[in-house]
Design a binder for this molecule. Sequence first.
Ligand SMILES: [Zn+2]
Length: 493
Amino acid sequence: MALIEQLRAYRLTLDPTPAQLQALTRHAGAARWAYNHAIAAKRTAHEEWRRQVDELVAAGVDEAAARAQVRVPVPTKPAIQKALNAAKGDSRLGIEGACPWWWEVSTYAFQSAFVDADQAWKAWVDSHRGQRAGRRVGYPRFKKRGRARDSFRLHHNIKQPTIRAATYRRLQLPRIGEVRLHDSAKRLSRAVAAGRAVIQSVTISRTGHRWYASVLVRQQTAVPDRPTPRQTAAGVVGVDLGTRHLAALSTGELIANPRVKAAHARRISRVARAYARTEKGSRRREKLRQRLGRLHHREALQRAGAAHALTKRLATGWATIVVEDLNVAGMTRSARGTIHAPGRNVRAKSGLNRALVDVAPGELRRQLEYKTAWYGSTLVVADRWYPSSKTCSACLSVKPKLALAERTFCCAECGHEVDRDINAAINLARLGQQLPAQLAVAPGTEETSNARRAGVRPSSSRASGQPALTREDPRHRRGSPRRSDPPVVPTAA
Ligand SMILES: [Zn+2]
């Protein structure tokens, strides 16, 4: 066993009193106000910068030179906070201002919203300059009441904690008091009492009609150095994540998507139809909106339960789990494309997209990453170019083309027929079996759980034709494949 320190969230369901409910709503409102206030300050500075640049350009200065010359700093948290402190007012003293009600809520609701605004702005700037991986980030928008998620974050001084589990059934929150819990905080409470966990912050949010607290702790977790004999005996499993199924395993098992029960689906569509017929702004519309939210929420909980059950079963059942590196953001983008680049095969793809959104393979992958660390197994991520779907798992010949609609893989070379996703899973498992022994050993002695995540990239540079097995920096692995990494067909091990 080795101890690793990690950040971990405990999610608790709150059961607030009517007065506490009001306080929660007020805090969420204050956080939204503070976020919008910060974004507005940043936008004002940015617009001023743009105006000065335009002025110089109009006066004949080159655009690039003008951009370099004009300096209007975009304010961040310290400056925004300082300016607001001077202008916020105080309703207790009858002093008018930007937010004279500030004293009714915890100061942390403001502070964490300012931090979030800083992050949103930085994400946009970095994305704009091409310094940020992943999907393009848009210009920071204002949060609208009713549309944006109701949420706020509270911090405390960890030396004098004010966020704590008062009992197994009560969570103490600064300014809000002891809130009754719908579920038990026993695990959190025990970890804190034993000195294994230190509470860092709590994020309170509303989903549907329920309020949740996500308590973030820094925790010492004992993780096994190596897989158990049972995991070792089971060996490698290849997993094709979430297309038509929740998962397909190289063992031949298909795990179905959690289906919404027919009666539940019927109720959702009935309520949705009734909602569509109501008049905007009516009380009945609001009532049905809430009901619809509750029904959707219940469905989401069921789906989350199925995902956790699957990832735990994989992480505890095998020594090595091989998945494919899906470009999830790309796959869920609209299949219709744009005017300039219309999408091809729209019908098949939008079906796939819907299924993907349904099971969120990115989430399954995230859960596998930390759960393999917990249970002594290893997660291997195959490069996106590894042709797991197009390779015949029996004779290893590769099909040049495989339409999305082809649910069964029929090999033109050897005549092998197998479910498309199982075929892909078997190919992934084979890749995992080629791992050198030292990679398969879980390095529990290293500091982070990341250390045991190995990346596999087949490469043509190997004279033997064997795939090169490399351990990559996980930060790079998520990026786009390099041009120097041509797709290559691995031969049999
Ligand atoms: Zn074949």
